[in-house]
Ligand binder design. Structure first.
Ligand SMILES: [Zn+2]
Length: 138
């Protein structure tokens, strides 16, 4: 079921329920939709402007939020780069080595697969994953 706001040429506005938008179109073509006020079939679907603009606002908000998150991640990346040792693809091995030998206190960062993260977590090795933006990406 779908609800449409309808307006008649007599300026009367009313709501009506239809099985689907296709059903509405079919009835419209056959001029079977009539105004409940003046009985004219000169009825049109009203454009629901307030809804259109509010959904746009939400999208803008999401876009801003995404931009903020990305900014935070980039700041976090910078912090990690300054304070941690980069181990590249050897992250899992290095993390284990730190965990079992306890020889290094400096944190490490590098690339890791989701399988490796699962394995590390099972071994009780804590990892934090964040999305990583390359500098080339804007
Ligand atoms: Zn009317």
């Amino acid at each position: 079921m779908i609800k449409y706001n309808l307006t008649c040429k007599c300026n009367y506005a009313f709501d009506s329920w239809f099985a689907s938008s296709g059903e509405f179109g079919r009835l419209m073509k056959k001029k079977l939709i009539t105004c409940i006020e003046c009985n004219s079939n000169n009825v049109n679907k009203s454009i629901m402007a307030p809804n259109v603009s509010s959904s746009k606002k939400i999208n803008n908000k999401n876009y801003k939020l995404q931009k903020n998150i990305k900014k935070k991640i980039i700041e976090y990346q910078k912090f990690i780069k300054e304070n941690c040792r980069y181990v590249g693809d050897r992250f899992a091995q290095e993390a284990r080595s730190i965990h079992y030998n306890k020889k290094e206190t400096k944190s490490i960062y590098g690339r890791v697969t989701t399988d490796e993260i699962d394995e590390l977590n099972e071994e009780g090795i804590e990892t934090i994953t964040i999305p990583w933006y390359d500098k080339t990406e804007n």
